[in-house]
Design a protein around this ligand. Structure first.
Ligand SMILES: *Cc1c(COP(=O)(O)O)cnc(C)c1O
Length: 381
């Protein structure tokens, strides 16, 4: 039986206006000083992740009287913010992450942008931030990538990472939702997320700290969830681990997410499992795409609670053969081991992760037909 679509997947599959129809929503301002050729060449040669930024950014503002207005593509640069700006005190902010991919013919595409737009609005709703129209979201990406097209890398596997965000800018210390917000999109030319490539990572199972709890904000993309995850992540990193596996806060017994990535478990009989979207797990676009790819490949998938104890025994006795995690930034990452206290189990398999990575990135980079209609063309060849 095919899975029923989530609300985000339904929004992603709707017919949205094409790039030319939304391109004029954001007005591109003249740039007084584009990055010099030497700097540009150096950045594109040494692609990191989220370190260097492009010439432009997208911007808009919200006020009660005007709604969202002042849609601009303008020179990248610092924002001015009142020290009493609400985001600095109460963390009222949301963000998104997606990528622009250059295809062999020179055209530039992004992956399921309406999914991200719908998720941004889900996050907005939870954090009492006004809704941002999907068409304006698309317009901001089109406008920005068209202005910044030279920053979309040619190199294999490299992309222009796009980071839309909204934060409360009202200067007010009273404890309530703000009445002034800023929208922005910045772009960062990026190489592969993990410096060591497709090497399986070593994961610390975190039993003391949680990134999200029932009724909290775990299912939306807000900075606070990341702030909550850094303590465990830093300590694991100091001990030589690459990532942290978070457990559910209610029972401390079920696996939820791997840092800021969704997690998958491959069984010896070929079934692939991932934790169900229980309310504390972020509904990843990559997670959703992988479930659809596996379905389409005839693989049995199950979204369900996954008990750590059962997972651990399964790895020990060979019922579990592989684990991997996924997200836009890294695409797919194979998991090589789990460590809990002084106990460690190793996972030797990575075949499904490799295959899914290939299938997904082949679609994203236009090497195979887009049979799901996931790609959105930002710039023509
Ligand atoms: C963004 C994010 C993911 C991955 O979502 P994608 O849409 O696949 O990039 C997973 N977990 C958390 C906590 C996230 O913030």
């Amino acid at each position: 039986m095919p899975r029923s679509q989530t609300a985000l997947e339904q929004c992603a599959t709707r017919q949205w206006p094409c790039a030319d129809d939304v391109a004029q929503r954001f007005v591109t301002l003249p740039h007084p000083g584009l990055a010099e050729e030497k700097h540009y060449q150096a950045v594109m040669r040494t692609l990191g992740f989220g370190v260097e930024f492009t010439d432009y950014m997208a911007r808009a503002s919200w006020e009660e009287s005007a709604g969202w207005h002042d849609f601009k593509i303008k020179p990248y640069g610092p924002l001015s913010l009142d020290p009493a700006g609400a985001v600095l005190h109460y963390g009222q902010e949301v963000f998104e992450g997606l990528k622009a991919y250059r295809h062999a013919d020179g055209s530039i595409w992004t992956f399921r942008p309406a999914y991200n737009a719908a998720r941004l609005n889900m996050s907005n709703e939870r954090l009492m931030i006004p809704q941002f129209p999907v068409e304006d979201f698309l317009g901001s990406l089109v406008g920005l990538v068209r202005a910044d097209r030279r920053w979309v890398p040619q190199a294999a596997g490299a992309t222009l990472y796009l980071r839309p965000f909204i934060f409360a800018s009202e200067a007010f210390l009273g404890v309530r939702a703000a009445k002034r917000f800023e929208y922005g999109v910045v772009a960062s030319p990026s190489g592969p997320y993990f410096a060591h490539g497709f090497t399986p990572i070593n994961v610390w199972v975190e039993r003391t700290h949680h990134r999200a709890g029932p009724g909290g904000m775990g299912n939306v993309k807000t900075g606070g969830n990341y702030a909550a995850s850094f303590y465990a992540k830093s300590h694991a990193f100091e001990r030589g681990y690459d990532e942290v596996l978070f457990l559910d806060a209610a029972t401390n017994s079920r696996i939820e997410e791997l840092g800021a990535m969704n997690v998958f478990v491959v069984m010896a009989d070929g079934t692939v499992r991932t934790p169900a979207l229980s309310g504390t797990i972020l509904p990843g676009s990559t997670r959703s795409a992988i479930l659809q790819l596996l379905d389409d490949d005839g693989v049995l998938t199950r979204e369900e609670d996954i008990e750590l104890a059962e997972l651990w025994t399964g790895i020990e006795n060979g019922e579990v053969v592989e684990m991997f995690s996924c997200g836009t930034a890294a695409a797919v990452v194979s998991i090589g081991s789990l460590t809990m206290g002084d106990k460690r189990v190793d996972l030797l398999g990575s075949a499904v992760a490799h295959r899914i990575y290939r299938e997904l990135t082949d679609i994203q980079f236009g090497r195979v037909p887009d049979r799901f209609g996931w790609m959105y063309r930002l710039v023509e060849a």
